[in-house]
Write a protein of this length. Structure first.
Ligand SMILES: [Zn+2]
Length: 444
């Protein structure tokens, strides 16, 4: 055959392989995994149809596609093809052996002392965001009577127990320890706040329960008897934040009413991820951190123009850890903290209709009304679908010192959402939706 014919054939083949679809995920063609699903996320070109294991998959008008394949234990061979390109992926799924939980070891009650401030007291013996029921202070006296794995069981009252990490306490060997006594309680009222103090002879564990119109503050006194609980029912304004501190046995519980105008409000805007932490990756290869920042900067502009005091956790593409983000909120006396993200899928099958649109997360009951306002206003302004408001213990929205909300504006991995968040006005529209929602909440 003539040389030019070879060249022609080679170019034809080369063109087909180069101009076909692009896969953003998975990153490798061969891997050992432990997840149940593997995600194929990418972009088709030249209106090609994409087939994964011979199943034609949906591509959005901009070419974006996302598809999940369930993995079997052992070898999985997955074929991705179009008219232009064929690729083979091989995944070895490791068989997961479910870990058996150790039995609870029972023992006679002993006292233990908390070693640092803000130690999580949990409802279950696991490290999670959503099982934290209190943040205990250094030198708090606890009564423990059991253990499981890395946790001790704490006796709060006859019908209430909790768990604390073994590393956070030391057992008190002084058997003659004196029981803690109640000393007094005091209540001070200010223009926009009430301060309640309650004093004991020792630091004791506490919990706070939010109700619609009151906050129930309980101090447990297990050393005296595990049936003695001091309960304070503190009336709550319609919109409030609160803080608890403990020094030498005295709890100071402050409930603050939220400002009544936007001009008096301090709002912290938290653009999720940044720097080396890219966040989720979209069908077209875009990074969540960049879109988060765009929305955050737009929101900063809009809220400033409306007269609010705005503080940013980041204004450029840099890494900020979670603790610093929270401290920026607390140290600046933020009234409202808005964390901005775009969603992705965990280890579950992709459902293009379900994993789509705007989801709003809150943790403390006091933030629920704002979550409701935001869902309505963001979906209306940005044209996204409603994906619900959810209560979840993300670290940045757990503090009670501010009204914390985490917005997942859209799904990075949903092809239809990608046609929205790719548009020029998306960041502006989401920001406008957030600003409108905040104003509606304040005026309610
Ligand atoms: Zn994120």
């Amino acid at each position: 055959m003539k040389n030019w014919l070879w060249l022609f054939l080679f170019l034809l083949l080369f063109e087909k392989q180069c101009f076909g679809y692009e896969l953003i995920l998975p990153k490798n063609k061969k891997a050992e995994v432990s997840s149940n699903y593997i995600f194929f996320v990418g972009k088709a070109t030249n209106s090609e149809s994409i087939y994964i294991n011979n199943q034609k998959i949906y591509t959005a008008p901009n070419g974006a596609f996302a598809h999940s394949v369930r993995l079997r234990d052992g070898e999985n061979r997955i074929l991705v093809r179009s008219n232009y390109k064929t690729q083979i992926y091989n995944f070895h799924k490791k068989k997961l052996i479910p870990k058996q939980k150790e039995q609870i070891k029972e023992f006679s009650p002993v006292t233990a002392i908390v070693q640092k401030d803000r130690i999580p007291l949990r409802s279950t013996p696991e490290e999670q965001g959503s099982n934290i029921i209190s943040g205990l202070y250094k030198d708090t006296n606890l009564l423990i009577n059991g253990s499981q794995e890395n946790f001790y069981r704490v006796l709060l009252s006859q019908d209430k127990e909790a768990w604390i990490a073994k590393d956070d306490v030391v057992i008190n060997c002084n058997e003659n320890s004196v029981p803690a006594n109640f000393i007094n309680t005091d209540n001070q009222r200010f223009k926009n706040a009430t301060i309640q103090t309650i004093s004991f002879s020792k630091n004791l564990p506490y919990t706070v329960e939010e109700r619609n119109d009151e906050i129930i503050f309980k101090v447990y006194n297990p050393e005296l008897s595990y049936d003695s609980v001091y309960t304070l029912n503190i009336p709550a304004p319609a919109k409030y934040t609160y803080s608890v501190s403990l020094k030498d046995g005295t709890y100071t519980f402050k409930v603050s009413e939220l400002p009544k105008t936007l001009q008096e409000c301090i709002i912290v805007i938290d653009a999720g991820h940044g720097g080396t932490e890219k966040g989720a990756v979209g069908c077209l290869g875009d990074n969540e951190k960049d879109i988060n920042l765009k929305i955050a900067l737009e929101l900063q502009e809009q809220l400033k123009q409306m007269g609010a005091t705005v503080i940013m956790t980041r204004e450029c593409d840099g890494y900020v850890n979670l603790k610093n983000r929270i401290n920026i909120g607390k140290n600046n006396n933020a009234d409202i903290f808005i964390s901005i993200h775009l969603n992705s899928i965990g280890d579950s099958p992709i459902n293009l209709r379900k994993n789509r649109g705007t989801s709003i997360y809150y943790y403390n009951l006091a933030a629920k009304t704002l979550a409701e306002s935001l869902e309505h206003s963001i979906t209306q302004k940005a044209g996204t679908t409603k994906n619900g408001i959810h209560q979840k213990g993300f670290a940045v929205i757990r503090p009670t010192e501010y009204i914390g909300i985490l917005v997942e504006a859209a799904y990075m991995t949903n092809p239809l959402d990608s046609t929205l968040y790719q548009t020029k006005d998306f960041a502006h529209n989401v920001a406008q939706g957030i600003a409108d929602g905040i104003v509606e909440f304040i005026n309610k």
